[in-house]
Design a binder for this molecule. Structure first.
Ligand code: NDP
Length: 294
């Protein structure tokens, strides 16, 4: 088979989950305790419900206890903050996750700020973000999706230190922390965003490209330096009459054009997606370990 090695995120995520399961079982044997993850869902968005369900299932399989609170769409911010405060105080909960997006009447910033930074398994609290950005500091948690991107590179034996990396996208949840994580591993990073006039030419310089722009198949084959590693975070549904569901999922990069050129590439689905949940479980385990060793 010609072209890029395909980075099998599904298989790597499965390996990570098994490693977590083994460690959870051994800590349970030595401490009598298990990690706990609390997932708060507001409203009935179908996509959010699906994500929450697979997060809880992931917990179960790894031996992590999951707690869930489902709140109605019209819940007040005060009521939601009370749920968060109760989980902050609960010693059997080591990770708290509020599924985003929240309804418009709730201030997302207030809610994220209310999560204890020691239980902030999504890593979205501004203090954890600030610690991630500072030299010589360590955040309690790193956001799951960019952490999964770096884990995929490392477990595929792709060198980061000294390499040139381009991150396409600068969102708080993916692009910005991906940039910080790559810099921490001594890559030289350029961030491309919607106002970058020469995104293609900049991307052509990169040994490592992380694509998180939310635009279906925007990154084409001729953006990629031969042999580069391409990590595609994008998840986009595009109409496809040949599929039973009427659509198929594609990334933010054009897989078919890039595969003959790149050295390694993640598929969509089956690349970054499965790693996000594996990293959430890993973060929960890390939070738990800090409490049992304290
Ligand atoms: P956002 O929409 O929050 O951010 C998109 C970023 O891409 C912005 O910084 C934006 O620039 C930039 N961008 C938009 N258009 C262009 C363009 N034409 N050229 C260059 N840059 C552009 O998205 P997210 O970061 O939340 O998500 C990115 C993708 O990853 C989506 O496809 C999403 O579905 C997927 N995703 C997947 C996850 C997973 O588990 N696999 C988890 C989270 C997201 P600007 O800042 O200037 O607006």
């Amino acid at each position: 088979d010609e072209g890029a090695a395909i980075i099998d995120g599904k298989a790597i995520a499965q390996t990570v989950r098994e490693e977590i399961g083994v460690e959870v079982a051994s800590l349970k044997a030595s401490t009598g305790k298990v990690p706990g993850l609390a997932v708060v869902l507001v409203g009935g968005r179908k996509d959010s419900e699906t994500y929450v369900r697979s997060k809880k299932k992931g917990c179960e399989e790894a031996g992590i206890q999951s707690f869930g609170t489902d709140l109605p769409e019209d819940v007040t911010e005060e009521e939601l903050l009370k749920v968060v405060a109760d989980y902050n105080a609960d010693p059997s909960v080591h990770g708290i996750l509020v599924q985003l997006p929240l309804p418009d009447h709730i201030n997302e910033e207030n809610v994220l700020n209310a999560i204890s930074i020691e239980k902030d398994v999504d890593g979205f609290h501004p203090l954890n973000m600030g610690l991630l950005a500072q030299r010589g500091r360590e955040p309690f948690f790193v956001p799951c999706t960019p952490k999964g991107c770096v884990e995929l590179l490392e477990r595929s034996g792709i060198e980061i230190s000294g390499k040139t990396a381009v991150v396409i996208g600068r969102s708080n949840i993916v692009g910005m922390p991906a940039n910080l994580l790559l810099q921490r591993r001594d890559a030289t990073v350029t961030v491309v965003h919607s106002r970058t006039p020469n995104a293609k030419e900049v991307t052509q310089q990169a040994d490592i490209v992380i694509v998180a722009c939310g635009r279906a198949e925007m990154v084409r084959g001729d953006w990629i330096k031969p042999g580069a590693a391409v990590i595609d975070v994008g998840i986009n549904a595009v109409d496809d009459a040949t599929k039973k569901r009427g659509y198929r999922l594609v990334g933010d990069a054009c897989f078919d054009e890039i595969k003959p050129i790149a050295g390694a590439i993640t598929p969509v689905p089956g690349g970054v997606g499965p790693m996000t949940i594996a990293m959430l479980l890993q973060n929960t385990l890390e939070g738990f370990k800090r409490t049992v060793s304290a």
